[in-house]
Design a protein around this ligand. Sequence first.
Ligand code: PMP
Length: 424
Amino acid sequence: MFASHMWRPWSPVASPAHPLTLVRGEGNRVRDTEGVWYLDGIAGALNASCGHGHPRLIEAAQRQMARLAHYDLVNASHPAAERITERLAALLPGDLGQTLLVNSGSEATEAAVRIALEYWRNVGAPRDRVVTFAAGYHGSTALALHLSGLPYTRSGWADLFPVHRVALPGSARSARTAADAAALAARFAEAFAAGPPPAAVVVEPLLNVGGGIVLPPGLLARIRALCDQYGTLLVVDEVFCGFGRTGRMFGFDHDGVTPDIVTMSKGISSGYVPLGAVTTTDAIKQSFQAEPLLRGLRYGHTTGGHAVAAAVASAVLDVVDEEGLVANAATRGATLLDRLGPLLAYPDVVDVRGLGLVVTVETVDPAVASAVVLGARDRGLLVRQQGACVMVIPPLTLTGDETAQLADTLLAAFDQVCRPAGDV
Ligand code: PMP
């Protein structure tokens, strides 16, 4: 109804109005204007980890909204922000205890990279080089986009600071062995040695926009070791993976790694209200006493750490804990991966991979992925197209029955579009 006045993000301007207008969400299902219910394999905007319409989250938002919607965190404070930052300090490993609250994943990246670069100035040994994955994605503000080497994200503007983007070998899609981890770590070692010591490495524990690429176990630990060797700060982008998505609370937990800086968004508020966060060590925060103009971080947004968002985030942590959503993501994800395994026999399917509730079927062509996504929608299932990949990213509250329904529906959609090898 409003589509003709809406400039949709990351979409061709000439595309027709989106045929699906969603008006309601309950649990793991959403309903459109025609009254059709869909199983939500996209978790809203990849963030509704607790499902839709969760009474605990609604109540937390309503209570905070009625008490105090928001207040300035520059000159004052509010208990909702104090509580969530305290809880994040308890949840995160090591000395990760100082959290800046922002509104989105991009802002979290923006702040994290600035903090990392300025840290080196603060300690009197400036560094500006950043190492990252070429297929990584960390947000769409200028600084965050500058990190990525994905063709979509390149603006052609002047570089902001030197970035060394490590390419994945083609076989990295399902690279799951210790040898794969060693081979990829060698590429990072080359990147470290290819210039002055890097200020920071910025990595996702699983490459989301890059195509749901699961990293080989042990790679993050090897990158941590390189960072220790060069004194480089390890920034882990948990915007997508954080709060249970991959079947562990954080993506870096799979490798038992402690980063120096962590960025979060999406699952932190289950997408009910915008929130992002950057958590650093106390030493990094304290270095800002040497900042010449403010003796602090010259960064912040009016609604960063919005009280309603902060209150919802604390309720999300309760729900994730009480409903066992991290373990549920691991169990349902393993089942889903298993059920979708037969797709590997289809000539149009390149790979089936996943970790927790991020399951990706890579096809040979974006047109195949697009047809499967539309076919699934016709069958009452929403899944996401990412280039040639079909990605399944449901709420972490997915039940056993819904897992089976999701797998059966997606298999049926693939059957309609392409057939297994030898099947005539
Ligand atoms: N980092 C990662 C890993 C992401 O997946 C995203 C969003 N897709 C972002 C950063 C950017 O977050 P936002 O869209 O909230 O700015």
